[in-house]
Design a protein around this ligand. Structure first.
Ligand SMILES: Nc1ncnc2c1ncn2[C@@H]1O[C@H](COP(=O)(O)OP(=O)(O)OP(=O)(O)O)[C@@H](O)[C@H]1O
Ligand SMILES: [Mg+2]
Length: 372
């Protein structure tokens, strides 16, 4: 899979940018707050339908304007494709239009899996160190990025959960009766099982890729298992029926896949309590490398790597695992504030790269010749 070009209109700090990606490797170099991550974010948005920074459409729209337009042209298994997304607030309500090869599609889920990328970001450490929600998000995003049915099930589950939670509050206020929960209990239990099954299948297959990546990074010293503690998986329906009092009191649904707590364990102990900072960084990097291999193996398509500002953070061992990944991968787009301090391995990559200078006004210019 190869990204050919991107266009950003009124997206973040870009008024109108068209950028080509003629090389396998691209470096975006620019000072802090110049718009490097913004550019990667727009590409990620066309792949996943959502911002990898979790930003809203209002935040993505350039200040002082009423909406944004982004487009990616890419090549996949020999054919050229195009995804466009336009968001418009001018009517007072948000309108989103998405096109795949010039044909409108109705939902964001329709573009998922079309253009595939894996994003490496310093924020990945949050997957390891943040709350269980961060780890669920990683799992859900990985499955969703190639399985639109999973994404649909997740959306349906979340909808039912919101409805049930709203109803719990109304029951507490005596505006509804507990019997009204039955329909939502059934819906929740139905989608919950589909989600659990998919997460279970995923983890079974992901585990091998993860262990292998971690072995490369940490020299095989860390044996870390990645497991998910399902939450009333065997008896969710009867749990929901019997927990009405408790759920009404607390005002939310107290069991289900939204409460799963994935953990990283080393020799049976939670890595958060016993792991070193270095081990956590290794896990974060290992997760992304594994995500790349998993998506590649599952779809037969090589995802594009979007690497936001992580190169210089890596120590020697992790950097060599990273360079190995780049050798095995297809296209990669890096951001970095400057090119100083890169080691020889990275310099050999630089020689094969196209380098763009990004400056704060949203200007992106290609650097030519020896001044790299
Ligand atoms: N909606 C918006 N409209 C206009 N400008 C925006 C908008 N959202 C963000 N920006 C600007 O984009 C800049 C940040 O861009 P970005 O996060 O891409 O920086 P960066 O080059 O990745 O920096 P760093 O090296 O610090 O990570 C800020 O100057 C911010 O003011
Ligand atoms: Mg950035």
């Amino acid at each position: 899979m190869r990204l050919i070009s991107a266009q950003l209109r009124d997206f973040r700090n870009y008024q109108n940018l068209v950028i080509d990606f003629p090389s396998r490797l691209t470096f975006l170099v620019g000072q802090n707050a110049s718009g490097k991550t913004n550019l990667l974010e727009s590409i990620g948005l066309l792949a996943h339908g959502r911002s990898f920074r979790g930003s809203s459409d209002a935040d993505l729209t350039r200040e002082g304007t009423n909406g944004y337009y982004i487009r990616a042209k890419y090549e996949k298994t020999g054919t050229r494709n195009e995804i466009e997304m336009a968001v418009d607030f001018s009517s007072g309500e948000m309108r989103r239009r998405i096109k795949l090869n010039e044909k409108p599609v109705t939902a964001r889920s329709a573009i998922v899996g079309q253009f595939m990328c894996v994003v490496f970001s310093p924020a990945d450490l949050q997957i390891v160190e943040g709350g269980p929600g961060e780890r669920r998000k990683f799992i859900d995003a990985t499955i969703s990025s190639m399985d639109a049915v999973y994404l649909q099930n997740l959306i349906q589950y979340q909808k039912a959960l919101r409805q049930r939670n709203a109803l719990l509050k109304r029951i507490r206020e005596r505006k509804n009766s507990p019997q009204d929960l039955a329909i939502w209990n059934t819906r929740l239990a139905h989608f919950a099982e589909l989600i659990w099954k998919a997460r279970e299948d995923f983890l079974e297959r992901f585990h091998g890729a993860f262990t292998q990546a971690l072995g490369q990074i940490s020299g095989d010293r860390d044996k870390i298992t990645y497991s998910i503690h399902a939450n009333h998986r065997n008896d969710l329906m009867s749990y929901l029926e019997s927990s009405t009092m408790k759920d009404t009191r607390v005002g939310y649904t107290t069991a289900g896949p939204h409460r799963d707590s994935p953990q990283f364990e080393r020799e049976g102990k939670d890595i958060l309590q016993f792991g070193s900072q270095g081990q956590r960084r290794s896990i974060a990097l290992g997760l992304r490398i594994a995500q790349f291999h998993y998506l590649k193996a599952s779809t037969g398509v090589t995802p594009v790597l979007l690497i936001d500002d992580v190169i210089r953070e890596l120590d020697a061992l992790r950097r060599s695992a990273f360079v190995k990944l780049l050798e095995e991968s297809g296209q990669a787009i890096f951001t970095t504030p400057d090119l100083d301090g890169l080691d020889d391995n990275m310099h050999s990559l630089l020689k094969q790269s196209v380098i763009y200078s990004v400056s704060p006004g949203g200007n992106v210019e290609r650097r030519e010749g020896k001044n790299v």
